[in-house]
Write a protein that binds this ligand. Structure first.
Ligand code: SF4
Ligand code: SF4
Length: 467
């Protein structure tokens, strides 16, 4: 481990798009040593880490937006009044992850709505018949990489770590990968999906890894997880035992140790350069839940119609890890966890560091939503970055935001340059390589909303450069 002073000398000079997963960046080191990129240690509050996952009772209806996968919108392929099984395809598009019904029942309506990201989209509303009859399914049979990727696409698989990426597209990009990183780091507070997956679904993780290694021609797999997940480390070491090419790497429990540039660097020592993704460094990164889903799909033939989520927060009386059907209204998931929704001031989908707040609890849960967090009090500094901004004070130039940034950015300077619309400064300060990890806002004693400012600055820079 290099000395702390060396770690703080990280500076990023060039990069690509922002975003937590699939982001591109180049990291140049003032001191070129095989150093680990460090973030910050969060107060984890993972109260559901020992909770066995429970399947919630089926809702009376599901609302399934056609925007389940980042950047893609499927077209409904069913009509109002049609009867569907759990697993019937209801949405599709050219070379997209299709969408399947999560319940058996009748298509009550196809309508327009705004999804929880604020995107206008069409949605299929299905009234469940409570019989939960499943569509005839067959175990996919593959002969090569192409048929494997086609099968993964047909399953409707998107990444389950909150990034909602098209898994088949990631596999295609990683056609010459030599290393698979199974990402079980899950560094944000509260969320325990990957942790529970490693404890409850180790067999499916192993099957998924073997399938990916076999069909993608990958010789080496590293299961990377936070070192403080001690039970999961033991479970994964047991899984790896006797399986050639599979190893386990416990990492410092820093946030964001699972962000792609950080993870790839810390596991392989390879640096992701300007405009690249992990695939360009011959690395395929998939979270444990997605790998387990692939294993399960090739065991059962059932497409992605459900997922595990964490429900937690100070207004949730029974914090839990639950398996929900895709399209279940948020209010019903929260009712299952005995949540005092009336008192809620913050309803968050995803984590405290890079999730999003919503106001309508009747919105449905989507494939990419990994947590529901509900709080009475606005989130204070020290709990996350999704807090109200009105109590922020002037910057005291303490430098904590700079030290906490895993990408070596200077959030305080970016904020200033953005406020004054200083384009040349923004070009130099590179907000476009921000990975939206939330660390800068989290550590700021003045409670400045730095992350959103940096994201906004990146958008401004992009627009101006395209003009
Ligand atoms: S600027 Fe803030 S949100 Fe962006 S990478 Fe740095 S610490 Fe994370
Ligand atoms: S952490 Fe906050 S107060 Fe400290 S330098 Fe950064 S913006 Fe200023």
């Amino acid at each position: 481990m290099p000395p702390a002073s060396a770690e703080i000398t990280l500076r990023t000079f060039i990069g690509g798009v922002g975003g937590y997963g699939g982001m591109a960046a180049a990291i140049h080191f003032k001191e070129l040593i095989a150093m680990k990129i460090r973030g910050i240690f969060l107060d984890r509050e993972k109260s559901t880490e020992k909770s066995v996952t429970i399947a919630v009772p089926l809702p009376e209806k599901v609302i399934i937006p056609m925007t389940q996968c980042k950047g893609q919108e499927c077209t409904p392929v069913v009509k109002q009044g049609e009867w569907v099984f759990a697993g019937t395809k209801i949405g599709d598009g050219s070379r997209m992850a299709p969408i399947h019904s999560s319940v058996s029942g009748r298509v009550a309506e196809i309508r327009n709505m705004y999804d929880s990201w604020g995107n206008e989209c069409s949605a299929v509303v299905i009234e469940a018949d409570s019989e939960q009859k499943t569509a005839p399914s067959s175990i996919p049979s593959c002969t090569d990489r192409t048929s494997f990727i086609d099968a993964v696409r047909a399953s409707g698989c998107i990444t389950l770590d909150g990034t909602a990426q098209d898994t088949a597209a990631l596999l295609e990009k990683a056609h010459d990968a030599d290393t698979l990183i199974v990402n079980g780091t899950e560094s944000q507070q509260y969320i325990t999906n990957d942790l529970r997956c490693m404890m409850d679904n180790a067999d499916d993780i192993l099957s998924g890894i073997r399938l990916i290694m076999q069909y993608m021609g990958i010789q080496k797999t590293v299961i990377a997880l936070s070192a403080d997940f001690k039970d999961a480390v033991s479970a994964m070491e047991k899984l790896a035992q006797g399986n050639e090419g599979i190893s386990v790497m416990p990492l410092r429990a820093d946030h964001p140790n699972g962000a792609e540039p950080v993870l790839v660097n810390n596991v392989t020592g390879r640096q992701i350069h300007h405009g690249e993704t992990a695939a360009d460094q011959k690395v395929l990164v998939l979270d444990t839940s997605t790998v387990a889903f692939i294993g399960e799909y090739f065991r059962t033939g059932m497409p992605m119609i459900k997922r595990r989520i964490t429900v937690d927060g100070d207004l949730v009386r029974t914090p839990c890890s639950v398996e929900i059907p895709i399209g279940m209204p948020i209010s019903e998931v929260l009712a299952f966890a005995d949540t005092n929704l009336e008192a809620a001031e913050k309803l968050i989908i995803g984590g405290l560091m890079n999730g999003r707040t919503i106001t309508d609890p009747e919105l449905p849960m989507c494939k990419g939503d990994n947590a529901l967090l509900v709080f009475m009090k606005p989130i204070e500094a020290g709990k996350g970055r999704l807090r109200d901004g009105e109590d922020s004070t002037a910057c005291i130039r303490c430098g904590r935001c700079v030290e906490a940034c895993p990408m070596g950015l200077m959030p305080l300077k970016i904020e200033k340059a953005f406020d004054k619309k200083r384009l040349s400064d923004l070009k130099r300060l590179r907000p476009d390589i921000c990975i939206s990890c939330g660390n800068c806002s989290y550590v700021c004693p003045a409670k400045r909303d730095l992350t959103n400012k940096v994201i906004a600055a990146a958008g401004y820079l992009d627009r101006r450069e395209r003009d």
